[in-house]
Design a protein around this ligand. Structure first.
Ligand code: NAP
Ligand code: MG
Length: 401
């Protein structure tokens, strides 16, 4: 008998190799076991172009309505892609569109298996990165200064009052940049981090450089502190702790730690550190990602892209050894959350069983090419994507009886 979901899951299909894998996951590992209503949105580049990207907005609205979504990797078109698919224009990144509508924060968490040790010996548990995805240098105004110049920052309030802050007196050429952030955005970020940490029962670490940037970074520190105070009881009940550190101290502490915390990062720190953490834990094929909105909507996906090099191989009719683990975990994340929100234990148990089947398959020495070089002991050979999925399916079927 199939396990029934009480409420729908919003599914967003994607592009290239990720889309190929996505279909196999559904056919082999989900549909035979689950009776679920899916709200399907095709975010493949062809359909985004045909709908003038309305489909992305509709998908985001559906996540708002139903609470849980799962997304396949999609192409973010650049000029080359516009030519390749003859697109009407370079549509914006679907992830950015969805994030803007849900006002969410992205958390990236590596999947750990016993036979793939992290590069850092002390790391025993996943280090989760929460990246504030608004403002700072990603929404800046910058200029080259050619020759001598006085640069000032002028603030004109709506009531007409003005404030002028000297930036620098240039005696020669140079550069200048102005950045900003919003209390509301920082607050949403802090709330999403706290919700996620309570949900996952992990400590929260936050680092900034408030000794140097007393106003800008100091504001981040203060808003975080206020939000932590506001949720004090829930945080205590969850048995988790909050630590504020200077960002350089945080980097050192993370490296020396055994992991198992949420590391909340300002935008630039999150950009840089998430690549460091991903490499430290192994393959991009093992990195999951979830967008959490401050009002408790969840969208799960793999952190990697459409794996275009493998797709070209696939189109030539060659088998590929693409790692489907992060995409499978996107589904299990969504299913578990659906089960938690609906109070359906069987759905949560299925997500657990599928994750265990994946982890045990890798720990038994069956893995895709990207993992072979990282595994200790390394297996004699790697398997193709379909073989890997079949091995997972066998374990899942055995554990479902
Ligand atoms: P990518 O798809 O993440 O792949 C980069 C490389 O990482 C691959 O060529 C492959 O290395 C390795 N890799 C990534 N995922 C893997 C997996 N599951 N199994 C095995 N190896 C894996 O990044 P990209 O090639 O830079 O981007 C391709 C497209 O994806 C772009 O159009 C981009 O816009 C899009 N993208 C989408 C998202 C998203 O939707 N969230 C995120 C990032 C990028 P080898 O080739 O060495 O095997
Ligand atoms: Mg980066």
């Amino acid at each position: 008998m199939k396990i029934k979901l009480k409420n729908p899951i919003v599914e967003m299909d994607g592009d290239e190799m990720a889309r190929v894998i996505w279909r196999i996951i559904k056919e082999k590992l989900l549909l035979p076991f689950l009776d679920m209503e899916i709200k399907y949105f095709d975010l493949g580049i062809i359909n985004r172009d045909a709908t003038e990207d309305r489909v992305t907005i509709e998908a985001a609205e559906a996540i708002k309505a139903y609470g849980v979504g799962v997304k396949c990797a999609t192409i973010t078109p650049n000029a080359e892609r516009v030519r390749e698919f003859n697109l009407k224009k370079a549509w914006p990144s679907p992830n950015a569109t969805i994030r803007a509508i849900l006002d969410g924060t992205v958390f990236r968490k590596p999947i750990m298996v016993k036979n793939i040790p992290p590069l850092v010996k002390t790391w025993k548990k996943p280090i989760i990165i929460g990246r504030h995805a608004y403002g700072d240098i990603y929404k800046s105004a910058e200029a080259m200064i050619e020759g001598n110049a006085l640069v000032e920052l002028k603030i004109t309030h709506d009531d007409g009052s003005e404030k002028i802050i000297p930036v620098h007196r240039f005696n020669g050429s140079g550069i200048v940049m102005a950045i900003h952030n919003l209390d509301s955005s920082i607050r949403s970020f802090a709330r999403a981090c706290i919700n996620y940490a309570i949900d996952q029962r992990v400590d929260i670490w936050f680092g900034a450089k408030d000794t140097i940037s007393k106003t800008y970074h100091g504001r981040f520190r203060d808003i975080f502190r206020e939000e932590i105070e506001a949720k004090k009881e829930e945080i205590e009940k969850a048995g988790i702790h909050y630590r504020y550190m200077l960002i350089d101290d945080a980097v050192a502490q993370v490296l020396k730690s055994e992991g198992g915390m949420l590391w909340a990062c300002m935008n630039y720190d999150g950009d840089v550190m998430s690549d460091m953490i991903a490499t430290g834990f192994g393959s991009l094929g093992m990195m999951t990602s979830v967008l959490v909105s401050p009002d408790g909507r969840f969208e799960y996906e793999a952190a990697h892209g459409t794996v275009v090099r493998h797709y070209r191989q696939y189109l030539r009719g060659e088998p590929t050894s693409t790692n489907p683990v992060a995409s499978i975990f996107a589904w299990t994340g969504a299913l578990r959350k659906r089960g938690e929100l609906d109070g359906t234990e069987e759905v949560i148990a299925f997500a657990d069983r599928l994750e265990r089947a994946v982890i045990e398959t890798i720990e038994s020495g069956i893995m895709t090419k990207d993992l072979v070089a990282l595994a200790e002991p390394g297996p004699e050979r790697y398997v193709f994507t379909e073989e890997f999925m079949e091995a997972v399916k066998q374990r899942l079927t055995a554990s479902s009886q």
